[in-house]
Design a protein around this ligand. Structure first.
Ligand code: IMP
Length: 208
């Protein structure tokens, strides 16, 4: 490199193959003026599969970030999220993606939760989406942030956007579900948006 040439942007791996999450983190880092090149697991096809065995969102996020940082030797960001229902003592929580027994079966998971809270009256149908985002540096160092959006569960699914439990979740201050929101509007209030926005300045500082 010639003297005075600009430093190349630092690389960060997002421990997901989900292009939607990658685009969201890229938008948030750009808003934070973080000069970062993002890679995802799609760029590391031999990366280890990490099973989410943790008891908390933070444990799972750190588990994934540590495994991928060790494999790639690059700063790694990961997240873990789920729905916590008051009337179910905070479940499905870390089991949100496999609540019905089949990992990723959004429709079955949603139907099971709706059935479980069928007799719960309106005033006790509180719930929240939680996301924990983690940054792990390969040379040592980790940082964790949390984002939460509180709301309530309705009785019949509404809306076509989003995924997972979005069709039955109405955030506080709204009367539409997160599946009825435009994706950019959901991003602004979402648990993931909040956790990643809190992590973005930490990423920027860590890569200086
Ligand atoms: P993961 O963090 O991508 O592993 O997501 C865990 C699970 O939580 C998903 O499969 C969904 O069931 C649920 N979940 C997490 N975030 C959301 C959301 O924004 N909307 C609806 N469901 C979500």
């Amino acid at each position: 490199m010639t003297a005075g040439a600009a430093r190349p942007p630092a690389s960060v791996v997002l421990a997901t193959a989900n292009p939607g999450k990658l685009a969201e983190l890229a938008r948030i880092l750009a808003d934070e003026h973080a000069d970062v090149t993002l890679a995802s697991l799609a760029d590391f096809p031999c990366a280890p599969e990490v099973t989410e065995t943790g008891a908390t969102f933070a444990e799972n996020a750190l588990l994934k970030a540590h495994a991928i940082a060790e494999f790639t030797q690059l700063p790694t960001v990961s997240d873990d999220s789920g729905l916590c229902v008051d009337a179910l003592n905070g479940m499905p929580g870390v089991l949100s993606a496999r609540w019905s027994g089949r990992h990723g079966d959004d429709e079955a998971n949603l139907r099971l939760v709706l059935g479980q809270v069928a007799d719960v009256p309106d005033e006790r149908r509180g719930a929240r989406f939680v996301c924990v985002a983690a940054l792990v540096l390969p040379g040592g160092g980790e940082h964790v942030t949390e984002g939460v959006v509180t709301g309530r569960l309705i009785r019949e699914p509404r809306g076509e956007n989003g995924f997972g439990y979005d069709p039955i979740f109405v955030p506080d201050g709204y009367d539409i579900t997160t599946a009825e929101m435009a994706p950019a509007d959901k991003d602004k209030i979402s648990h993931r948006g909040r956790a990643l926005r809190a992590l973005a300045p930490v990423i920027r500082r860590s890569l200086r």
